[in-house]
Design a protein. Sequence first.
Length: 131
Amino acid sequence: MRAVVIERFREVKNDIRRVRFQFFDDRCHVIENGEGLHIVPQTYDTKWVGTIEGELQNTDPVMTLRATRMSCVLFDAAGNILGGGSGVALQALPPGAREFLQLTNGFDVIPSELAASAMVSMLPTWQAPGT
């Protein structure tokens, strides 16, 4: 997994280029806001972010996606980091299958009116056929 260094909670230094969809050496993914991620306010107090929702699809032609750990960073309209959170997807997905994803941990301190975009990093666990 590649490390991201956050300094003063505003500047991000890393070796990840912000592209539409990028596979890493260790099969990690990055999903950006334009790819169907939704920033959803809390239902009981809409001033704060409640969840990040979207869809997870196994695009590997052979391997089964067993579980996925996800981390999310939220940005304001100028691209500044507002904060982040995390979640997991535990449903096994065979090749081509999809599932609803919802990240719920750590977003309740981020004002929903400021949250303009999200970026989700994923660390999947794979299972080879016949194992």
